[in-house]
Design a protein around this ligand. Structure first.
Ligand code: COA
Length: 170
């Protein structure tokens, strides 16, 4: 079980009761607009949360004062790199919690956790070119923009996005 306390947040291992609240965030147009994900039903989400509850590479985000789930952070495999311990970072937040500095605060703890506890040598992230808020979060955390993959990803609404590649070394 992982539990990382930040000033305002708790980053913790998923629990079965998270499925409903996380589904509402994940299926929102606000999140789907900037991800290649398709909407899920509750059964699919419950299965995912069950799997993720056994992983030390998934951190759900709770707001400490209100106590509710507000988003998540995933440290997957970086499929573009071969050999190093290369983690692909993804994240999302509920729309009504955006713009408060929460994701920058969460990642400023999750990334050192990836380097120091999980042994990552490089953490990368991919951001649609038009997702200025996400690019800004990575910039604030010291990531380097390595380049842009043009016509890279089609979202479920049929729009094809350019994808900016970012990384941070240990
Ligand atoms: C991207 C996301 C994680 C940002 O979370 P957040 O908690 O709002 O981010 P923060 O408040 O820590 O920082 C956001 C920064 O972007 C800036 N910003 C927000 N909207 C912006 C815009 N449209 N253009 C330029 N900058 C913008 C903010 O001003 C802030 O920068 P600052 O601190 O220099 O003022 C959140 O909006 C989200 O979950 N979006 C939907 C899903 C998503 O895009 N996931 C990432 C996929 S790569």
């Amino acid at each position: 079980m992982v539990c990382i306390e930040t000033g305002r947040l708790r980053l913790r291992t998923p629990r079965p009761t998270d499925a409903g609240p996380l589904l509402a965030i994940r299926n929102s147009p606000y999140v789907l607009r900037f991800n290649p994900m398709k909407p899920w039903d509750l059964a699919r989400m419950e299965q995912q949360v069950e799997e993720e509850s056994h992983s030390d590479r998934v951190l759900y985000i709770e707001e400490k004062t209100a106590g509710g789930l507000i988003g998540g952070i995933w440290l997957g495999e970086d499929a573009l790199r071969y050999g190093p311990a290369a983690f692909d970072l993804s994240y999302y937040l509920a729309e009504n919690q955006a713009g408060k500095g929460y994701m920058t605060e969460a990642l400023s703890h999750a990334i050192p956790y990836a380097f120091q506890k999980l042994g990552a040598q490089v953490v990368s992230a991919r951001v649609f070119r038009d997702n200025a808020a996400s690019a800004r979060v990575l910039e604030k955390l010291g990531f380097t923009h390595e380049g842009t993959l043009r016509l890279a990803i089609q979202t479920q609404d049929g729009v094809i996005h350019d994808d900016m590649l970012f990384s941070l070394l240990a």
